[in-house]
Design a binder for this molecule. Structure first.
Ligand code: SF4
Ligand code: SF4
Length: 326
């Protein structure tokens, strides 16, 4: 009997590519549900919590896994190799979190070339001790053999740029309830059509935000700490850069409800082709001026416009990356 129950358990793997670990923590944040997951599924690989080996995954039959939750972007050769390996071994691949979905914060590195990133990290960095400069090399021969580290790719890519993905679970990180819903949908076979964005809405975040809008224009923009905000009114109309109009709803309006502007982590809603370009258009249209030069001056005061416009989605944008990163 015990053997029959074991066979019915879902076979799942959880993996992180170029990620911060927040998505894995969000899985742990499902609290007591994590015990249901343990009853529901065998976790065959989860680098954060389980000592699985790549060789164990390689030894699996193709499609042996029911579900892979892949968080993190594809930054290096190891991320790509494991994405391709897990793709072969699973029936359902989920791009979990902003980095796997649209590139995420690691995707901002696409503003720079590989040499610029290496210079900043290993050569021109105030935390490096004088005379202690070490550049990583992909292969090094030592007495015990050859040591290898992953190759650093020229640009950050989304998971769907590398392998076929069935579902996209947005958020930085996704809310624990979204994660529960995906696991239960796979467990019950109650799955939406392949290619769907799950656990989120097709509307813009502004449609779910309770702050009032008065079509008020602004003469300058502020960082949240630079003004005392009105807690009832739209943040953007107070000059605080909020990306709610160009961001998919589904998070429960987490940031504006806490007095912080939306940064766009759920990615664009379906009718927005390029989240950053649309955001620049939205903030340009709220400036109290019809003069292009004056609008440009006000926008020019924003520190790091690229960082605001493409905080989470540069690899998914029309630009994708700087030409310097080719
Ligand atoms: S811009 Fe931000 S604060 Fe204003 S309505 Fe949209 S989500 Fe709410
Ligand atoms: S409000 Fe925006 S940045 Fe904050 S969690 Fe929601 S989608 Fe992400």
């Amino acid at each position: 009997m015990a053997e029959t129950v074991e066979k019915k358990k879902l076979q799942i793997a959880i993996y992180w590519g170029a990620a911060c670990g927040g998505c894995d923590v969000a899985i742990l944040d499902t609290d007591a549900f994590i015990l249901d997951v343990a009853a529901l599924a065998d976790i065959r690989l989860w680098p954060l919590a389980v000592d699985g080996k790549y060789a164990d995954v390689e030894a699996m039959e193709d499609d042996e896994l029911d579900l892979v939750l892949f968080n993190g972007a594809v930054r290096n050769s190891e991320n790509q190799k494991i994405a391709e390996l897990l793709r072969r071994k699973t029936k359902v691949m989920v791009a979990m979190g902003s980095c796997a979905h649209i590139g995420g914060i690691p995707g901002l590195a696409n503003e720079f070339s590989r040499d610029e990133i290496f210079n900043r990290a290993y050569l021109d960095n105030p935390s490096i001790e004088e005379g202690n400069v070490v550049l990583p090399v992909a292969e090094k021969k030592v007495a015990a053999g050859t040591l290898e580290i992953p190759h650093f790719h020229r640009a950050v890519r989304r998971l769907s740029d590398v392998v076929e993905v069935e579902y996209f679970l947005p958020g930085c990180p996704p809310a624990p309830d979204q994660i529960k819903a995906v696991l239960l949908a796979v467990a019950t076979g109650n799955l939406p059509p392949a290619g769907s964005v799950v656990g989120a809405s097709d509307r813009a975040l502004c449609d779910e935000c309770g702050r009032s809008k008065d079509e008020k224009k602004v003469t300058r923009f502020f960082r949240p700490w630079q003004i005392i905000q009105d807690p009832e009114k739209c943040l953007l109309e107070q000059g605080i850069l909020c990306a709610g109009s160009v961001t998919r709803a589904g998070c429960g309006v987490r940031c504006p409800d806490s007095g912080m502007p939306c940064r766009g982590c759920y990615g664009p809603p379906p009718n927005v082709m390029d989240q950053g370009a649309k955001f620049i258009s939205a903030i340009s249209s709220i400036v109290e001026s019809r003069d292009a030069g004056e609008i440009e001056r006000v926008l020019g005061e924003i520190p790091d416009v690229m960082g605001y416009a493409y905080r989470f989605g540069l690899p998914a944008s029309i630009l994708q990356r700087s030409t310097r990163s080719q």
